[in-house]
Every structure is written in C-alpha cells, then in structure tokens.
Unconditional design. Sequence first.
Length: 74
Amino acid sequence: MSSQSQPSLAELERALAVAAYLVMQHGDLYIPLLERFEREVEAARRGNPASRAQRILEDYRDAGARKAMRLSHP
C-alpha cells in the first residue's frame, strides 16, 4: 500500500476555484466544500510553525532591524 502525499498549495488553490465554480453554477449545496478548501488553502499558506517563525525573523531582519535583535544562533 502506498502512502499519499499532501496536496500542494497549487492543487488546493485549483480545488478551491473548482468549488467556487460549483457554488456559482449549482448553488448552496457546495458551500461546505468551498469552506473546507478555503481552510485548507489558508493552512497550507501558513505552513508549519517553525517555517512561519523563520519567515517572520527574515522579514524583520530584511526590514533593517538586524541591529535590534541577534538572529543567528551562538
């Protein structure tokens, strides 16, 4: 039995667009599907906590705050 990998952000965004199309063409029946894909896209964009923390520190450093905080490990 092969394990399935998580869908990529691009795949989730495509599924979200399809769900939006279904809502517009076929009505409220598909709203739960749309809402689920919205949550999954948002979660995929956030990434894992360590990655988010790294991005926050990189953005802070890039904004010129390097002198205010030592970002490298000793």
